[in-house]
Design a protein around this ligand. Structure first.
Ligand SMILES: *Cc1c(COP(=O)(O)O)cnc(C)c1O
Length: 354
């Protein structure tokens, strides 16, 4: 039985703080389906304000936000354009095909970010043989792209090109606030060009459950229909909405601490022989261990025996994530543990099964 002391697996593993739990336990509640839950209503209002959208809906997960947006926009056979690394393409069990009959068109961006000209190439011409290009999906920040931040100019040019071709623009903003805090731009500024956006409360913001999808009044009215059909309409959801509300009020600015810790971690790893670190913009640190002649999985197993956990995102590609529940001291300790382990592997002191 190994005990993980420093868990860099994901920013989803954070536990609600004592203050957040207290706030949740005191939340006023009502029937969310009747729009009578005052805490959910307060959350929706706050989200609209922060993202600059007319209306919003509280949902159990980010995945459901994506799937409902696509369900609103797409008819069977329609195509959704996204980067080849998109979360929707890899980790939502083919949801667009299952729920909306939609195809996914992958674009080969750099670090999860593609250009307006790449978008133009991906959009299908008007032709009875071809699928109808319907939506462009932008992931801010790009997860598998390395926690990379889409520059606002790139967003604007891609969305202008998409709108000109009659597509809808949708943002997967699972880590939108990481982008905002990293660049100093407001979340709202990043959202202007989009028809729909969503944010996740259960990632870096540290709430236990929930996401919110925002857009025009008509879009959210449609979204409510699918929320019911997908089984995402809730009852006294104020209990969990309170965690989300608390996270918006108290855990946004502190994302800067996660970014600082990510910088310390990446600079530490960059000095380890045998480890190749990708550029770091926010709280995700991707690194490659092929220089140690081990798989990411074998490396992580050895790390876990030493109290540290990362996640595996390729044969030799691993990801460490900084978050609310890892301190600067722990990050510094993790660097030492990784360095010692890597040195031992290179010197043959540890035999690694491959
Ligand atoms: C986590 C994540 C999602 C899905 O959010 P859930 O709340 O886990 O369903 C979607 N997109 C990105 C980029 C993510 O990181």
């Amino acid at each position: 039985m190994n005990t993980i002391r420093i868990d860099l697996f994901s920013d989803t593993i954070t536990k609600p703080t004592a203050e957040m739990r207290k706030f949740m336990s005191e939340a006023e509640v009502g029937d969310e389906q009747q729009k009578e839950d005052p805490t959910v209503n307060a959350l929706v209002e706050k989200v609209c304000d922060l993202l600059g959208k007319e209306d919003a809906v509280f949902l159990p997960s980010g995945t459901m936000c994506n799937q409902i947006a696509f369900r609103v926009y797409c008819r069977p056979g329609d195509e959704i354009i996204m980067d080849e690394t998109a979360h929707t393409r890899h980790y939502e069990t083919g949801g667009p095909a299952a729920h909306s009959g939609a195809c996914m068109y992958p674009v080969s961006g750099k670090r999860g970010i593609f250009s307006a000209s790449q978008l133009e190439e991906a959009v299908r011409p008007e032709n009875n043989h071809l699928p109808r290009s319907r939506v462009v999906l932008i992931e801010q920040t790009s997860n598998l792209g390395g926690g990379s931040v889409w520059p606002i100019e790139t967003i604007q040019s891609v969305c202008i090109a998409a709108h000109r071709r009659g597509l809808m623009c949708h943002m997967d903003g699972a880590r939108l606030f990481n982008a905002a805090v990293a660049t100093g731009l407001s979340a709202k500024a990043y959202c202007i060009a989009f028809d729909s956006v969503w944010i996740d409360f259960s990632k870096g913001l540290g709430a236990p459950v929930g996401a919110a999808l925002a857009g025009s009044k008509e879009f959210i009215q449609d979204a409510w229909r699918w929320k019911h059909q997908f089984g995402g309409a809730m009852r006294q959801a104020g209990i969990i909405a309170a965690g989300a509300l608390y996270s918006l009020n108290h855990h946004v600015e502190r994302l800067a601490d996660d970014h600082e810790n990510a910088r310390i971690l990446s600079e530490g790893l960059a000095e380890v022989n045998g480890i190749e670190v990708e550029p770091v913009d926010t709280n995700l640190i991707f690194f490659d261990v092929s220089g140690l002649s081990v798989t990411a999985e074998a490396f992580n197993t050895l790390l876990m025996e030493r109290g540290v956990r990362v996640s595996i995102l390729g044969k030799t590609r691993a990801r460490a994530v900084t978050h609310l529940d890892v301190s600067r001291a722990q990050v510094e300790e993790a660097v030492k543990i990784i360095r010692n382990l890597s040195d031992d592997i290179r010197k043959g002191k540890i035999s690694v099964g491959s």
